[in-house]
Design a protein around this ligand. Structure first.
Ligand SMILES: [Zn+2]
Length: 118
């Protein structure tokens, strides 16, 4: 599977360039094992601004975080502004990230339109 050397995340076979915001780095076949961070999704929301806000909240708290547009295989053209945004964090920080997001919701820093992913 190809990896982005900048984000150190894995992409599906056949993808050649990183799809993270503004990255577009050429993907490499593999990264040294110890350098691969395993990102998993923790939250889903629907606004780019909100996704960016959550990522910056998590980063301020010392977590690696990023977001992705979810890809609908049935409707690939719904990517981008209209698709859901998935917030991803490093696997072992997921629980703490979820708490931070819950707190941000409770404090009304972010809207309640999103939801934690299972
Ligand atoms: Zn990248």
């Amino acid at each position: 599977m190809p990896f982005c050397p900048v984000h150190r995340i894995e992409f599906a076979e056949g993808v050649t360039h990183c799809s993270e915001n503004g990255c577009n780095a050429e993907l490499v076949a593999e990264l040294p094992e110890e350098e691969v961070l395993e990102f998993i999704d923790v939250y889903e929301c629907y606004e780019v601004a909100e996704a960016e806000l959550i990522v910056s909240l998590l980063k301020d708290a010392g977590h690696e975080a990023l977001y992705r547009d979810t890809i609908s295989h049935a409707f690939p053209m719904t990517m981008g502004a209209h698709g859901a945004k998935r917030i991803l964090v490093v696997k072992n920080a997921r629980e703490e990230a979820a708490k931070l997001i819950e707190q941000a919701r409770a404090d009304e820093v972010i809207s309640k339109e999103g939801h934690l992913t299972a």
